[in-house]
Write a protein that binds this ligand. Structure first.
Ligand SMILES: [Zn+2]
Length: 167
């Protein structure tokens, strides 16, 4: 008999992995409620429990590259946000990595842009109306009356992000 390869259920590996994660891998926040994301999808406890196929360390080593532990906020943006106009995921990362903003402020900016994206989508706003790489300029006269100022502030910040991205 050759050397025995030790096999364990995938769910066991996943549970161990989950317990080993302490910080969100996108924003660095300490994880209280964690989402385990595998190949772009959140896998919940029930799904993990069903993953009972037997694998060895080598297979696990490869699979691990496709796993991410995220906080609820980051996982929600990563898995459930499909914006038309703004790159909200990259914008969020920019705010986390290039500014000193607090989590709650970043969340506020993201929420505003998401809402604005929905409003623009609903009215079929032509994306090619983006002028001089400034959404703030382009949307000056098209912002919804409610919360205009909040949208303006978020758009200015988004323009800064676009400028940063270009350099
Ligand atoms: Zn996060």
């Amino acid at each position: 008999m050759g050397s025995k390869v030790k096999l364990r259920p995938l769910s066991r590996y996943l549970k161990d992995y989950k317990h080993g994660q302490s910080h969100c891998s996108h924003c660095g926040k300490v994880l209280d409620r964690m989402a385990l994301v595998f190949r772009g999808q959140i896998i919940n406890k029930e799904a993990i429990a069903r993953m009972d196929q037997l694998i060895d360390d080598q297979v696990w080593f490869k699979l691990q590259n496709e796993l991410t532990a995220l906080c609820r906020f980051c996982s929600d943006i990563y898995c459930n946000t499909h914006p038309t106009y703004f790159d909200i995921m990259a914008f969020k990362q920019y705010l986390f990595e290039q500014t000193e903003m607090s989590h709650s402020t970043i969340r506020e900016y993201v929420v505003r842009l998401r809402r604005l994206d929905d409003i623009l989508s609903a009215s079929n706003f032509p994306a090619e109306r983006l002028r001089d790489n400034s959404w703030h300029e382009s949307l000056k006269n098209s912002l919804p009356d409610a919360g205009t100022n909040n949208y303006r502030i978020a758009l200015r910040k988004y323009d800064q992000f676009l400028g940063w991205q270009r350099n």
